[in-house]
Structures are given as structure tokens and as C-alpha cells.
Design a protein around this ligand. Structure first.
Ligand code: CP
Length: 310
């Protein structure tokens, strides 16, 4: 694997190999006081973030450090981007400085793909850490890792992705990955928060959360992305919460084994009730924990495995 830009088109065998590596890394490191492995000693990983992040940036930094890579964090707000430097010049500068891998988050859909094109000549790997409303592939991989831990195989599992699908790169990456791994995905959202062309995606669509919950193995609540709703929020926050929030009443409709996910950051009380987010069915903290091992596995497959240059 040379880059990780999207789950749309990602070979399911490669995705499974990354998940298996993450699982192996997790069990290798479990209970160890010192978590460092020497695998990426001498390699340089740079995170380049044009949007805010807590989970993705921190877990990539920890992942790189636990693999003994040198990790450098560049945020647009404190770099020469603030003086008007373009994404292309910024990326070429990081490659010239010695980056083996650039992990990029950017508000424009397609930015990671562009970066991979510009960095083909220096041979620097690119990971998409979220590009606009397009994709967030490592989030989908960590979600799949968490679901595999709780449910076993994803084959024929029914997974509801609920809420602001229109603006969600998490939803897009998940629906492609989960369906490639054999799961059935149902998108549950108001008509105003579904993307144009949803019929062509490998999903079914519902607007009735109460009707879907009794038949799912997992429910993935989405963040409402107010920062991308330039034309205003419709339905209103209150209407949204009533129709699509995962309340305690709604949680009772789920089968006992069903898993509750949320990529974070959560709007407690609107997208999900605190009592649900903190309940035993919730895997939200495990998602964050698995994010480190999944990102270690991604760096391994990009920079250290036999197929790294493929
Ligand atoms: N889930 C996710 O991408 O969270 P951050 O924005 O905190 O990285």
C-alpha cells in the first residue's frame, strides 16, 4: 500500500490485513509497560492539519511514536499556510524536509488525492485524515476493528448509520468499508441530510429510526456538522434530536447484543443521551483506543510491510 486515501475501492483483503495487523499489535502491546516497537525507527511522519482534531491527530502521533517513528505535527494555523503558502508548496516543503508519510486533514474534498499526486515524485506516502465531506478512511477502519471485537465477523451484520449523512466523511468511509466486509448498511436520516445520488450507494435508506433499531447489530450515531451547514440547519436542532437522537427510550428498542458507536466529538443530549453514551452497550471509548492500533497498522502497511511500495 502506497497511500490510504479512501475506503471506496479499497481491496477488502487489504482492509482485513490492516485490521488483523491492528489486532495483533493490540495484543502484543497489551499489559506492556513500555509500548514502543522499533519498526519505524528512522522514518519521519508528519501530520498536516487544516481543520481541528483531537482524536485523529493525537492517535496518529501516539501510533507513530509507539512504532519509534519521528512524528512532527504541523497545523495550518501556526505554519506558513497563514502567510498564504499553497497546499502544494506546503506538501513539497514537507517532503523535501524528509517526510516519509504526510497525514493530511483538509476542508476540501479531494485534497488528499491531490497531495498524493504532487508527492508521487518524492515518493512520500499520504494518508487521508479527513477531506471535506468526502472520506475519513482510518475512522472507518477503527470502527470496523471495534465492531469485529464486539460482534465477530461483520458478514450479514446490519448496521445503521444515523443522522447528518450529507456532511459526514465518516458515514461515507464506513458505508463503503462495512459493505465491502459483508455488512448490510442502512442510512437513517432526514431527507435533507442525505447526499444527492444516495440510490447509487451500497445501502438502504430509512427515515424512521424507531422502526430500524430492533433489527440492527450496531448503531453508529453521527456528529451534526454545523460548520458545514452554510445554508442553516434543517430540521432544527430540537426536531433533529426528537427524530434522530439516540435517547434512553430508543436504546431499549435495540437488541441486547447491539453496539452503540459515535466517532466523536459528541453533542451529548442532542445526538446521543449521556446515559446511552456511557452505557455498557457503548463502544465509544474503545473506538478511540482502537484508533491508535489501527493507525499503527496503517503506518506499518504504508512504510514497513513487504507490500509497502505497491
Ligand atoms: N472522529 C474524529 O475524526 O475526531 P477528531 O475530529 O477529534 O479527530
Amino acid at each position: 500500500m502506497k497511500h490510504l486515501l479512501a475506503t471506496d475501492g479499497l481491496d477488502p483483503a487489504l482492509a482485513t490485513a490492516v485490521l488483523d495487523t491492528a489486532d495483533e499489535l493490540k495484543h502484543t502491546l497489551l499489559g506492556r509497560e513500555v509500548k514502543k516497537l522499533p519498526t519505524l525507527r528512522g522514518r519521519t511522519v508528519i501530520t498536516l492539519f487544516y481543520e481541528n482534531s483531537t482524536r485523529t491527530r493525537v492517535s496518529f502521533e501516539i501510533a507513530g511514536k509507539w512504532m519509534s517513528a519521528d512524528v512532527i505535527n504541523v497545523s495550518a494555523s501556526s505554519s506558513s499556510v497563514n502567510k498564504g503558502e499553497s497546499l502544494r508548496d506546503t506538501a513539497l516543503t514537507l517532503a523535501a524536509a524528509g517526510a516519509d508519510c504526510v497525514i493530511v486533514r483538509h476542508p476540501a474534498s479531494g485534497a488528499a488525492q491531490r497531495l498524493a499526486g504532487w508527492l508521487a515524485e518524492p515518493g512520500t506516502s499520504v494518508v487521508n485524515a479527513g477531506d471535506g465531506t468526502h472520506e475519513h478512511p482510518t475512522q472507518a477502519l477503527l470502527d470496523a476493528a471495534t465492531l469485529r471485537e464486539r460482534l465477530g465477523s461483520l458478514k450479514d451484520r446490519r448496521i445503521a448509520i444515523v443522522g447528518d449523512v450529507l456532511h459526514s466523511r465518516v458515514a461515507r468511509s464506513n458505508l463503503h468499508l462495512l459493505s465491502a466486509l459483508g455488512a448490510e448498511v442502512v442510512l437513517v436520516a432526514p431527507p435533507t441530510l442525505l447526499p444527492y445520488g444516495v440510490e447509487s450507494l451500497p445501502v438502504t435508506v430509512s427515515h424512521d429510526l424507531d422502526a430500524e433499531l430492533p433489527a440492527v447489530d450496531a448503531v453508529m450515531m453521527l456528529r451534526v456538522q454545523a460548520e458545514r451547514m452554510h445554508g442553516g440547519f434543517f430540521p432544527s436542532a430540537r426536531e433533529y434530536s426528537i427524530a434522530y437522537g439516540l435517547s434512553e427510550r430508543r436504546q431499549k428498542l435495540l437488541p441486547d447484543h447491539a453496539v452503540v458507536l459515535h466517532p466523536g466529538p459528541m453533542l451529548r443530549g442532542m445526538e446521543i443521551a449521556s446515559a446511552v453514551a456511557d452505557s455498557p452497550a457503548s463502544a465509544i471509548t474503545e473506538q478511540v483506543r482502537n484508533g491508535v492500533h489501527v493507525r499503527m497498522a496503517v503506518l506499518y502497511h504504508l512504510l514497513a510491510s513487504e507490500g509497502a511500495a505497491a
